[in-house]
Design a protein around this ligand. Structure first.
Ligand SMILES: C[S@@+](CC[C@H](N)C(=O)[O-])C[C@H]1O[C@@H](n2cnc3c(N)ncnc32)[C@H](O)[C@@H]1O
Length: 315
């Protein structure tokens, strides 16, 4: 949904935009191609590997006298407002987020994001520090581990599953993706022999661990609040989500301006909201899903910030 996302931002050639998830630079490149003289793009990624893609994007954008200014910020997007303060930017015309992990993460065995490849159980987007998936699997109390599986994987069988994994780690630490697959499935199975149910359960276990390792929902909450402050009136927030937990947060926030989705009313009963909704969960076409299976779970949500004093949308 690259085209839909970029079009939804209503890009002005001299505007200021922020792509908080640079990744492979696809969205940033498309934003830059629409910017001209006076235009600025700030791109965030907390994975320094993403920076390897930056020079090509910068090179393309810096051709010509009317080139926009591109700045790459190696940081968690939860620090959006601090970085914008640092660069002296008080308003932006658009903020874009394409959440989750990149193809690079999934396809690099040594990052440990996918059960399809054998690798160390890492899953940190920023490898400069912080706990790894192996730390969680091997040190969390059984009860806490079950909570992570339930909350972030929405696994109904989280307790027996956590028990099984804890039993396995008591025999020997679980340090690789292959060892975790064995602990979840209950026996050694070659990846190509996993059945659909096993694959589904493994996908959710890996998702839960990834969310916990990277505090993905905490970072998303902080970023959404910072984006609301940063956007100029009529500025747009476009977010691509990939699972129901992050999608619920974004949906609630765009509807109400708070994470709970609690609609606030004024003294007269008028609904107060900071946004006008533009896109309420657009999904990818069949053709796009056929070309890119990850697009199957993608949802695009877009909201436009209302001006001061206009946040009343009726009763
Ligand atoms: C789905 S990819 C983005 C792909 C990108 N839109 C493109 O066109 O190539 C998500 C990227 O966001 C980064 N990311 C995820 N959470 C982040 C966070 N809290 N702060 C900064 N970067 C984050 C990941 O490291 C990953 O590179």
């Amino acid at each position: 949904m690259l085209r839909e996302t970029i079009e939804s931002l209503n890009i002005r050639p001299d505007g200021t935009y922020v792509d908080v998830t640079f990744g492979g630079g696809g969205h940033s490149g498309a934003v830059l191609s629409r910017l001209g003289k006076g235009g600025r793009l700030f791109a965030f990624d907390r994975d320094i590997d993403a920076y390897a893609n930056a020079p090509e994007v910068i090179r393309q954008a810096q051709d010509g006298a009317d080139a926009p200014v591109f700045t790459f910020v190696h940081s968690d997007f939860r620090y959006l407002s601090q970085w914008m303060d640092f660069y002296g930017v008080d308003k932006a015309d658009g903020v874009l987020a394409d959440l989750g992990v990149s193809f690079h993460h999934f396809d690099t065995a040594e990052r440990g994001f996918s059960f399809r490849f054998e690798g160390p159980l890492d899953m940190r987007m920023n490898r400069n520090g912080g706990k790894t998936a192996a730390d969680i699997v091997n040190t969390y109390a059984e009860e806490d581990f079950a909570r992570v599986l339930y909350m972030y994987g929405e696994l109904k069988q989280s307790r027996p599953l956590a028990k099984r994994i804890v039993r396995k780690r008591e025999q020997s630490p679980i340090l690789t993706t292959e060892e975790l697959v064995e602990a979840v499935v209950g026996k050694k199975v070659a990846i190509e022999n996993l059945n659909t149910l096993q694959k589904k359960e493994l996908t959710l276990v890996f998702q839960a661990l990834r969310i916990e390792v990277n505090d993905e929902l905490g970072a998303l909450r902080d970023m959404l609040e910072a984006a609301l402050q940063l956007l100029a009136p009529s500025g747009r927030l476009a977010v691509l989500t990939y699972h129901s937990l992050e999608d619920r947060l974004v949906k609630n926030f765009m509807r109400s301006g708070n994470m709970e989705g609690k609609i606030e009313k004024d003294f007269y009963g008028n609904i107060r909201t900071p946004f006008h909704l533009i896109e309420k969960g657009l999904t990818a076409s069949e053709e796009e899903v056929a070309n890119n299976p990850r697009a199957r779970s993608a949802k695009l949500r877009v909201a436009e910030k209302l001006g001061a004093g206009t946040g009343i949308t009726g009763k």
